[in-house]
Design a protein around this ligand. Structure first.
Ligand code: FAD
Length: 396
């Protein structure tokens, strides 16, 4: 990448001079000059308050933003099974594409994965870009990033969405860098600005104390990751058809620096909270690890799982794999019972999509009541034994 000074915008303020770690800028006659030892690192681009220094890619891109059309979803799959988050993103992607009046495409990479295309159409894709080759059998950063970035460069989508899974979190930044665009991680809301058509990417910021809406006005594609469970799955329309575009895979094994010798599956620890239809969650108000057992019993009677706030996890009452919230899991069960949880914004971020929320808290002003469908102002230690008894009676 090289950088360019827009002479009409440069005011000779010299802010870029100390910003350059390579001493590659000087100001002559009140205009910045880029010297031959510039590495194109871009530090000066961000330092310029007048947008007078841009990267070459940006210069080319700015005049061509309208060429970028369509919404893409990275259709993550493992061993031929689509990740739930890919389906959730198809639902959200469909809404965005319809708002823009553009097409929704799924980008499917793997080995012999064509049979998944039908599902992608059924969940809303108009088109599936299909790259299949033995080299793509397992996820490897270089191979996947090359295929997705090359494809995006050729086809020019306006928006690309990835699940914030281990794979998505690794892939999306690599593609971002190659396309010299921006990426907003862990979005909790996506929308289209009616006037500008820009993607509005909302996510918690400053430790979750505010929600920030981020736009990417000068670069394409606009890219975002979204954690599993943030959006609900769309309805499946069996028999829905679309177009399959075969993507030639031009990479060779010698171009990839990693080799997969063996895949060792780790036994899954604990519950899959994201898939539980009932969650009974406890917070600091539960008091100790021993008392969490009652929550577990109630959860079992309801056929659900037990979960915790960060305060309870930090106290060591439950494992971190059961934490719900901004730095834990995002869940959307049919029923979420919050026991002795205040409802801090960081906790709510992980459970507010639940269908029905019941809160038990002795403080009538606890914020959890602002999102609860049913609120019980009481001591949780009085309510839970009654609930358990009643559920056990109903089971008999
Ligand atoms: P408290 O806020 O202490 O609330 C305890 C509640 O229990 C009170 O409302 C009290 O009235 C009630 N209570 C007490 N005794 C009883 C009783 N006997 N019967 C009924 N009610 C009772 N938090 C998360 O949960 N998940 C996250 O992922 C997360 N991520 C975070 C990320 C960042 C960057 C930061 C800064 C914070 C994060 N937090 C997260 C922490 C969050 O801000 C809160 O501190 C935390 O959620 C509080 O947990 P709590 O509701 O259990 O405890």
């Amino acid at each position: 990448m090289s950088v360019v000074v827009l002479k009409d915008k440069c005011i000779g303020c010299k802010l870029c001079v100390p910003a350059c770690p390579y001493n590659a800028i000087e100001v002559v006659d009140r205009k910045a000059i880029i010297k031959d030892n510039c590495t194109g690192c871009g530090a000066c681009v961000t330092s310029c308050k007048k947008d007078a220094i841009i990267s070459e890619g940006q210069k080319a891109g700015q005049s061509n933003l309208n060429q970028y059309q369509g919404v893409w979803v990275f259709a993550e799959q493992r061993e031929g099974r689509l990740a739930d988050v890919a389906i959730e993103l198809l639902g959200e992607g469909r809404k965005l594409a319809d708002q823009l009046g553009q097409k929704l495409a799924a980008v499917l990479l793997g080995d012999e994965v064509e049979s998944l295309a039908g599902q992608l159409f059924a969940f809303g894709a108009d088109r599936v870009y299909l790259a299949q080759d033995p080299i793509l059998k397992h996820y490897r950063t270089e191979a996947y990033a090359t295929v997705v970035a090359d494809l995006a460069q050729a086809e020019k989508p306006a928006i690309v969405l990835y699940g914030a899974t281990h794979v998505g979190r690794d892939l999306a930044p690599r593609v971002t860098r190659r396309l010299r665009t921006g990426l907003t991680a862990d979005c909790t809301e996506l929308d289209i600005d009616n006037e500008s058509g820009l993607l509005l990417q909302t996510r918690p910021a400053f430790g979750g104390s505010i929600m920030a809406t981020i736009v990417c006005p000068n670069h394409r594609p606009q890219m975002a990751t979204v954690r599993p469970g943030v959006f609900s799955k769309p309805e499946k329309v069996e028999g829905r058809k679309g177009e399959i575009v075969t993507v030639p895979v031009k990479i060779a094994e010698k171009d990839i620096r990693t080799t997969i010798l063996e895949v060792v599956k780790e036994a899954k620890q604990g519950a899959n909270l994201e898939e539980a239809s009932v969650i009974v969650a406890g917070g600091r108000g539960i008091g100790n690890a021993e008392k969490f057992k009652l929550l577990d019993e109630v959860a079992r009677l309801l056929g659900g799982e037990v979960a915790a706030s960060r305060a309870a996890v930090e106290a060591g009452w439950l494992g971190p794999e059961r934490q719900v919230g901004q730095t834990g899991k995002t869940v959307r069960p049919k029923l979420y019972i919050a026991c002795g949880i205040s409802g801090a914004i960081q906790h709510r971020a992980g459970m507010q999509g639940s269908e029905v929320i019941v809160a038990i808290n002795k403080d009538p002003n606890a914020p959890i009541f602002t999102i609860a469908d049913y609120g019980i102002v009481a001591d949780v230690h009085e309510i839970l034994p009654i609930l358990k008894e009643e559920l056990a009676r109903l089971k008999d």
